[in-house]
Design a protein around this ligand. Sequence first.
Ligand code: IMP
Ligand code: MG
Length: 169
Amino acid sequence: MRRIVYTADDIARRVHELGEEITRAYPNGELLVLGLLKGSFIFVSDLVRQVRRPLQIDFLVASSYGDATVSSGNVRLLYDPETRLEGKHLLLAEDIVDSGRTLNRLVDLLRARNPRSLEICALLHKQIASELRHPVRFVGFDAPTEFLVGYGLDHAENFRHLPYIASLQ
Ligand code: IMP
Ligand code: MG
């Protein structure tokens, strides 16, 4: 661990603001927050407690693409939400947007289920996702292009439990 990038207080403050933005953005209709596991598990649990409107929560588990050079192909859902997506406002919550490949595939897959709307909320955005075909509506922090861990983010499954976000570089 070289450097703490966002302290627990920084994160709490920003997540509170995101919750308020989301509250304002969805005046009516059913809202389903879909957390992408495993990285978003802490973020989602904090975020939904800052949203002051009715909502439902479910999760997605997507197969990882492994070799980062393989950019196309189908994303496979290892866990698919049990709730109906049709007609609901979907808010896909992601820990970090890096290349954007994960989101590209998931958004295509979720759009096919005819939600009323589909937006993305990412705690961290490296802003280097030239391939990302969908704007990220709600962004916590524009993150440095370093490898970050903590608050759900892992390196080889370690560090997820840290209450802050740190850089390994
Ligand atoms: P993308 O498909 O390249 O945008 O990658 C997104 C996924 O890669 C995230 O959901 C993370 O699981 C992982 N990832 C990307 N950058 C980092 C990082 O800095 N730390 C930890 N995981 C990361
Ligand atoms: Mg990971």
